[in-house]
Write a protein that binds this ligand. Sequence first.
Ligand SMILES: [Zn+2]
Length: 321
Amino acid sequence: MYANFRVTRDTASDFIRLFVNRRAFGMQAHKPLPNGKVPYFLAKDWTTKQPKPLDNDVVRMHLNGDVTINLYAINPETQRCKWVAIDGDFDGAVEALFKLQWELKQDGVEAAIEQSRRGGHLWIFAETPLLAAECRIYIYNLALRLGVPIVGGGLKQGIEVFPKQDTVEDGEYGNALRAPLGVHRKTNRRYWFYEASTEPEPQLAYLNGLKKLTEAELHTFIKGMTLPENYKPPVHEPYVPRPARDGQQEFRILDYVRPRTKDRRNWWAPCPSCRQAGKDKSGDNLAIQIANPRYYKCWAGCSADDIRLALGQPIRKKQMA
Ligand SMILES: [Zn+2]
């Protein structure tokens, strides 16, 4: 079990200053689902159904251990973030995070490592909110230089960088990350930052004392750099449905699978072919391009033929006239 605290409004304000960059947030369910996951739900106002703004009271409940929240990195009004968090939960992740922390230190950037269930999160705080796209250029290039793998660009194992998007549009949220210093509902544990004693106040004092990354420094670090080629968002061809031929509608994958999640580029759905083989437990092996759902890909390697067969919709071979 975890310790409960009674933090003050000032402690919650400290937390907000460091971590809260937009007011929409998610709440973690109190109990795991049968599959063991403990999902987060976007917090909404009961009456208006609009996202509920995060306030001091909710942050206090999070720090006390009564609820658990997650946070979105990017503010859609500015496309900026107050922090960058690097999530590592693969074999060797903790070593990779310490390596990144050390390398950042060589740039004069003080980053803090928070423990997590299977690895850790490395946090960098900004003096003033920084463009998400520029933060990503910095971290992606740094990680690749050190040989630290990054998820995406064909890799499933590696660090994940939050903000996960360069920009989010109005009404979008991007990806959220569990807010630090609270209780993880899956393990009923708190995960603390190394280097400070394990209560909210000294933890926040430690984070407040770190040197913050300035925009001028960031600009120096990324001069002449772009996001590495493999990780650039693809340029989309616009989707124009083809007219029906021989009374046959064009095959549309979204008529057959129900996506579980969405990011800027893709819907993520269970792969029918993996499912048939008893795989894809997490139900997100199949990426379907949002801009043009004609393009879909199973990250476990099933071919389009496999997927269509599993759906009972085999690809029609071109027939001779
Ligand atoms: Zn598959």
